[in-house]
Design a protein around this ligand. Structure first.
Ligand SMILES: [Ca+2]
Ligand SMILES: [Ca+2]
Ligand SMILES: [Ca+2]
Ligand SMILES: [Ca+2]
Length: 343
């Protein structure tokens, strides 16, 4: 998982190498607040405790089905994805300077009926580097493969199994093969459908899309505050696999689990953080201080608390809770998301 994080920083390095003018730009770990009136604000977090900068608004049309934040075109800046039942729009993040918009004009990624009744998610299921749209129904999962910029084409059925979780449904690369997988969270069991990376052609003669489901964890694992499958879970640099893990956030504990060494199940969950620590508005995994170690961010109405991930002699721990932003009302009525912005 940290390999991907290193790769992310590698991309920034490459960009600055070929575009000297970009040296003036700074990347921020940011909170992105989307409101029902369409106004999107960005709060750029300082890498050390202190004041933060609130920018915006830029106006979008929030999705009738869901609104998400992801980097759809792989330029290192988060984009806002607004998902409706018959259209999906992206507003690409752009380098902002004083007076310029944080996000560009609406760009239609998908047209026609396309959404799931269980979950609507973004993940790179075919491993080409471009995030894809995943519409999850109780007994079908449809995918529109991303190309970064324009119309994603028609939805393709990647799974025809009855498969979903009663607590949460997420998509990320669980077994570290580069293809994002489906994870169904039930609270006392967790099941996975791994991706083959191959888009099936009806009637599934070419490949399976997602493999049939397998139980990966047979014990209680879910959070009352958030059930996340972050791009990377807090860990030290010497992770031996690239798989991404699960994070269950409760009001007074945060647990994580990760794929076992054979990538066939989850290891016994470990407690990352104990004691009361959660946000009433959002609970986010983000690298706030940009040391390539994931941190926990708890967003309240007017405060932001952070627990920094830290490594010592290969052992991982969380710092205590720190009030990172004080007396700054910042959250979105549609949602508050973590991301990267560039200014
Ligand atoms: Ca982007
Ligand atoms: Ca893809
Ligand atoms: Ca995978
Ligand atoms: Ca960090």
């Amino acid at each position: 998982m940290n390999t991907k994080n290193f790769a992310m920083y590698g991309v920034f390095a490459a960009l600055t190498a070929v575009a000297p003018s970009a040296l003036a730009n700074t990347t921020y770990a940011s909170l992105i607040a989307v409101n029902t009136d369409g106004n999107v604000y960005v709060e750029e977090l300082d890498t050390t405790v202190g004041s933060s900068s609130v920018l915006g608004p830029t106006t979008v049309s929030p999705g009738g089905v869901t609104t998400l934040v992801a980097d759809m075109n792989n330029d290192g800046m988060s984009d806002v994805v607004c998902w409706n039942d018959s259209s999906v729009y992206v507003y690409f993040g752009q380098v902002s300077s004083s007076g310029s918009a944080l996000f560009g004009a609406a760009n239609e990624l998908s047209s026609g009926s396309f959404y799931g009744t269980k979950a609507n998610l973004i993940g790179d299921v075919n491993g080409d580097g471009y995030p894809d749209l995943v519409a999850w129904n109780p007994s079908t999962v449809y995918v529109e493969l991303g190309n970064g910029t324009s119309d994603f084409g028609s939805p393709v059925e990647w799974s025809t199994d009855t498969f979903y979780g009663s607590v949460a449904n997420t998509v990320n690369d669980i077994n570290g093969d580069g293809y994002a997988d489906l994870v169904a969270w039930n609270g006392s069991t967790t099941y996975v459908e791994t991706s083959t990376g191959c888009a099936p052609v009806f009637p599934f003669t070419t490949c399976n899309g997602f493999n049939t489901s397998a139980q990966w964890l047979n014990q209680s694992f879910s959070g009352t505050e958030a059930n996340l499958e972050p791009r990377y879970v807090p860990s030290c640099y010497d992770n031996t696999n690239n798989a991404e893990g699960l994070l269950a956030w409760n009001s007074s504990s945060v647990y994580t689990t990760d794929a076992n060494s054979s990538n066939s199940g989850f290891v016994t969950p470990q407690e990352l953080s104990s004691g009361a620590f959660y946000g009433t508005q959002a609970n986010i995994v983000l690298d706030v201080n940009q040391d390539r170690i994931a941190d926990l961010v708890a967003v309240n109405d007017s405060t932001v608390y952070v627990e920094l991930g830290q490594c010592s002699d290969g052992n991982f721990s969380m710092s205590g809770s720190t009030e990172w932003v004080t007396d700054q009302a910042f959250y979105g009525s549609v949602g508050t998301f973590g991301g990267l912005t560039v200014r």
